[in-house]
Ligand binder design. Sequence first.
Ligand SMILES: [Zn+2]
Length: 455
Amino acid sequence: MRLTFFGAAKEVTGSKHLLETDDKRLLIDCGLFQGKRKESEFQNLNFPFDPESIDLLILTHAHIDHSGNIPNFVKKGYKNQILSTYATIDLVQPMLIDSGHIHEKDIEYLKKKKNNQDKVPLYTVEDAKNSFKYFKGFNYYSDVNLGNGLTLTFLDAGHILGSSQLFFEYRGKKIVFTGDLGRKHLPIVRTPDTVKNVDVLIIESTYGDRVHKDIRLSREELKKVLESVKGKGGNLIVPAFSVGRSQELIFDLFILKNEGYDLGMNIYVDSPLTINVTKIFKEHPECYDEEMMGLFNQFKDPFNFKGLYYIEDVEESKKLNSMKESKIIISASGMCESGRILHHLKNNVENPNNTILITGFMAANTLGRKIVEGEKKLKIFDEEYELNAEVKIMNEYSAHADRNDLLSYIQKSRPKKIFLVHGEEEQIFKFKELLNSSGFKNVIVPSKGESFEIL
Ligand SMILES: [Zn+2]
């Protein structure tokens, strides 16, 4: 069995791993590269293998850095099935449509601004829709027979709704791809599963050198941020991933309110994609943890309460800018690379009374990362804005395992061989050191394009 890493190798985007048996070529995830524009454009456009040569694509979860190049993959000739959990299928479809839309708009903008007429979008909304017929859904824990002694089970990764770890069994050996791994006590979703005595583990390491604050403190922290926003009378702008972070935040705001806390302002969820995705969250109780299930059984809906508004219409979205009273705006994209959040940042970053709340990981070279790093001048839609608003960073919300979670996961699964992926170089090598000093000697950090005989 051979494994080749074509993305998320010493980086956190573009997840794409090729697993080859004697008679099959399986692609694990087909993510979009994000970051430096020129470089990612080239990598997204050109697959380092022929899509037609792949027998099966298996998707760990709906996030765009794992799924976002599927429409292009199909456009370039892939005609076989795409396997994932049912919830992932439901989530990934609106996300790919949205992504197609962003690519179309991007090119339209470039053509107008830079008179660059030759450019075509990576894929269109139509291309995204064309890929949907290949999806096939599975429940967690059901065994999928892939033929010739290879079986696959989708285990819970506890990262976002529907997220899975891929557990392969082949000729008595166990291979696990964690995809993105969640952690204990995340709202809505369950704690990640573990498999014992794994032969080959391919594990993410986004936060391989960091320790998150306990997620159970998040509601208290959120309260402190709200108190400070109330004191200044400004707005709270929250760039948040449409899938996962937005729902977790809404969920926590609901819990605070349910406990009798006065939020003191309305919440506007201003992202059509987030709205679609939130509806999907309501349709998959098979993915809920105990707390969420408890509310569900009491017919309580944490995504629908007084003072929470979902803004679909563009005109309504624009009206938010002229509203004087304090408010919370939750909008996408999560890393501030596109979408309505850019308009809200543009209108709010220069006022010191406003607060920008960062709750997610910001990849290198994104506008989100620049805000985190406190760059004084921000370029939004080709214009410069001064960052005067207060920036609050809440790492509690991370849907990724931290260093301790990753180590304890590895200690439980006791893998013979470990490949570290989905981490920037600094984190990944520090985590490798930690593993080595904890007794795990067979740890490999693959480079992009590198191949290994794993069994
Ligand atoms: Zn993810």
